[in-house]
Design a protein around this ligand. Structure first.
Ligand SMILES: *Cc1c(COP(=O)(O)O)cnc(C)c1O
Length: 227
């Protein structure tokens, strides 16, 4: 019974989020995405039973396999890199957090048009400056605002960022507040972008203090990853 106690852990995380939101003073409400990657379909079922309605996966193949095994009507989030040869699966996700290039945005836009709807996405921004992390720099985002706005097959809901692992507090805050600036850039360009997806098990309280509206939590809910 690996996922026993999930409801209690979730309650404690919600409590910590509420206190962090009060400290931060941004007045936002915060959604928890339970990150079930590497865990089996039971993690998703347990998440649903504990009251979570949103789950996140970082690999398309793994997510699709799990979707086929789970009947609970959770909302599926894609939080990892989407290869352009997999955009045909994009419609299976309720929100794609990881639009990290103009080329991917254009492919998704075409897929949305093909489906006759706008796919819900977040723009991933690299606000830590780490070369190993994907996403738009703020400069590149600035240059792409015009074309993103023209994409009728995409509905841009906000931005996503990842902070460096185990970074000192000051660096975390800097990374998260730059993501807030990226969201303001989208809003300024007329893209109605309310969401700020940032914060994981080790840094979600700082992220919420800096205005996160979506936190992506794996390890402290489901335990160490399998595989
Ligand atoms: C795995 C992952 C998470 C969750 O990480 P934890 O530290 O286990 O909470 C969040 N976001 C992304 C993009 C991930 O790949």
């Amino acid at each position: 019974m690996q996922f026993q106690g999930l409801a209690d852990r979730l309650a404690s995380i919600r409590d910590r989020i509420e206190r962090a939101a009060a400290r931060g003073g941004h007045g936002q409400t915060v959604m928890i995405v339970g990150v079930t990657k590497t865990h089996g379909p039971d993690a998703v079922r347990s998440a649903w039973a504990a009251g979570l309605r949103d789950v996140g996966e970082n690999r398309v193949q793994e997510a699709l396999a799990k979707m086929d095994q789970v009947s609970e009507p959770v909302r599926w989030h894609l939080i990892g890199h989407l290869q352009r040869n997999k955009v045909r699966s994009a419609g299976r996700f309720n929100l794609i957090h990881s639009v990290d290039s103009d080329r991917l945005a254009q492919s998704l836009n075409e897929e949305g048009a093909r489906q006759g709807r706008a796919l819900e996405v977040l723009i991933q921004v690299n606000t830590s400056g780490e070369a190993t992390k994907g996403g738009y720099s703020l400069d590149n985002l600035e240059r792409s605002l015009g074309s993103l706005r023209e994409m009728a097959g995409l509905s841009v809901r906000g931005v996503m960022t990842m902070a460096p692992y185990d970074a000192p507090e000051g660096m975390l805050r800097e990374t998260f507040s730059r993501a807030r600036r990226a969201r303001a850039m989208l809003a300024g360009a007329g893209l109605p972008s309310a969401e700020l997806s940032m914060g994981m098990s080790g840094d979600f309280e700082t992220a919420v203090e800096e205005g996160a509206t979506i936190v992506r939590i794996g390890t402290i809910l489901f335990g160490e990853r399998e595989l």
